[in-house]
Design a protein. Sequence first.
Length: 193
Amino acid sequence: MAGAAVADLTSGGPGSPAAMPDDFAAQFGYRPSAVDGLLANPQGDCSSPVTLPVEFETACKAHDLGYDLLRYAEQRGEPLGPWARQALDSTLDRHMHESCESRADPFSRTRCNAMAAIASTFVDLNSRRQGYGAPVVESTFGAADADSATNWQLLGVVGAGVAGLGAVLTMRRATQTAGVPWSMKATAVQGVQ
């Protein structure tokens, strides 16, 4: 039943409450509901060491529901396998990038997409590290230690720096080629000037 619910959440649609296992709410303490058009954990959030764009909130809540389904299956002795976590992570990536399209300003949209790419990369790296199984709670680098808050802050600063650099380079490239006729752009790509 959890596998069908994950497939439903990752099919490109909003997700259906009817696809959820009957005893899910009793086991996890909440009833999944629609949040801005997506079936989600209404109390979910973006677990991130850096502040992510507000547009990602719904995507993160839907992703949290998906991860709870992975935990549900694991607790029942019926783990879903790598396909489920990969599909949930891919759906999170798609939803975050789609949410960036609501921004009118090209620079702001580029920055939002850079943050989506960075967040997706970290989610994927963590999923790979955990063998694409049911998610487990742990500190940043695998073991709880006194400096874990410092590690998250450092990771956040690095992530923000990469996002900022990506946004600046993208805008710089767009500005440099904005006034150049298309025919010159094509020959420049070929190395002819």
